[in-house]
Design a protein around this ligand. Structure first.
Ligand SMILES: O=c1ccn([C@@H]2O[C@H](COP(=O)(O)OP(=O)(O)O[C@H]3OC[C@@H](O)[C@H](O)[C@H]3O)[C@@H](O)[C@H]2O)c(=O)[nH]1
Length: 339
């Protein structure tokens, strides 16, 4: 295993039960935040493999049981209402630790809770990984690069983050979470994986999630003006959710700790994104420039060389292919049929 120079102590022996026939034929996987947007798509993919048993822990702050309704009652699936800031003991082989509100409006709503989720939640999940000998993957974020001075961002870049700003509960929270992952790895030999997720979109995003792609699509379908936050020249790179899930599973099952960027390098200004949504959904819709929020990163684009070389991964779905798939889902949920 590539360990970035860390000592590799064997994890503690899991319970003897795990050597029984029953467990050998099954991989038990915990997904924290599994009722959320990316989490529920990950669960769908993991459940496709008949050898997997999936346990979801979610507090439903931004996630919803609705996202998992097709699995409720399935013999290989379990759903627990649980907040990761409290300890959890379940016998598992893999932990995908996604739990945390990811939309800026939600993570800034209760910043103390957000940083607790990232710090105490990650500590609790690392404690669990240590206790049962599980491998743990943290979904970190491109926000660890802050308002980046290096472009595109590669994993060696340490970032440009405001430690006391309104976004710090999330970006500094995730940075501490990464630190905890490596400390547990070096000190206790825990098997870790860190994904730095760039902006992701797709079906099942909350309609009023507040992030840019869901805002623009919902606004276009409701016939409202698209709210481009000033100046509109800031850039983002958008990854379709099925590509994201594929990258996360490859990272978990591969031999590298990361951190590894998972994102689509196609880069767009917010004005370009608005124009694309307008063209695809409703050419009549207007754009309006509105005030931005503090510390908004001015540019963001992943360097995915590592993901390509180490995971054999690269995104397959372009923005123009992915937006209509999300549009269909939003039309259905908003009850707006295609003309
Ligand atoms: O209605 C809107 C919303 C947002 N925006 C702009 O769109 C850009 C993207 O904003 P979003 O809120 O979608 O997401 P951000 O890139 O700020 O944060 C995201 O980064 C990566 C992930 O880890 C997280 O999901 C999230 O924190 C920003 O420049 C914002 O100013 C608009 O122009 N209009």
């Amino acid at each position: 295993m590539a360990t970035n120079g860390a000592a590799s102590k064997a994890p503690p022996n899991p319970s003897p039960l795990r050597n029984s026939k029953f467990f050998q034929s099954n991989m038990r996987i915990l997904v924290t935040g599994g009722a959320g947007f990316i989490g529920s798509h990950l669960v769908d993919k993991l459940m496709e493999n008949e050898k997997n048993e999936v346990i979801v822990a979610d507090n439903y702050f931004t996630g919803s049981k609705d996202n998992l309704k097709k699995w409720i009652g399935h013999p290989r699936f379990e759903l627990i209402r649980h907040d990761v800031t409290e300890p959890l003991l379940v016998e598992v082989d893999r932990i995908y630790h996604l739990a945390c509100p990811a939309s800026p409006i939600f993570y800034k709503y209760n910043p103390v809770k957000t940083i607790k989720t990232n710090v105490i939640g990650t500590l609790n999940m690392l404690g669990l990984a240590k206790r049962v000998g599980a491998r743990i993957l943290l979904t970190s974020t491109s926000e660890v690069y802050g308002d980046p001075l290096v472009h595109p961002q590669n994993e060696e870049y340490w970032g440009n983050v405001n430690p006391i700003g309104v976004r710090s509960c999330y970006d500094e929270g995730k940075r501490v979470a990464e630190t905890l992952m490596f400390d547990y790895h070096r000190q206790h030999g825990i098997e870790i994986r860190i994904a730095r997720i760039f902006n992701t979109y797709g079906p099942r995003m909350n309609i009023d999630d507040g992030r840019v792609v869901s805002n623009f699509i919902a606004q276009a379908l409701r016939g409202e003006s698209l709210t481009v936050q000033a100046p509109g020249t800031q850039t983002r790179s958008f990854c379709y959710v099925s590509d994201m899930v594929d990258g996360l599973i490859r990272l978990m099952e591969g031999a590298n700790t990361g951190p590894i960027n998972i994102g689509n390098p196609g880069e767009f200004t917010m004005m370009e994104l608005a124009e694309t949504v307008k063209e695809l959904i409703d050419p009549e819709v207007k754009l309006k420039v509105v005030e931005n929020t503090p510390d908004d990163p001015r540019q963001r684009k992943p360097d995915i060389t590592k993901a390509k070389e180490l995971l054999g991964w690269e995104p397959k779905v372009s923005l123009r292919e992915g937006l209509p798939l999300m549009e269909d889902d939003f039309r259905q949920r908003l009850g707006v049929p295609k003309k």
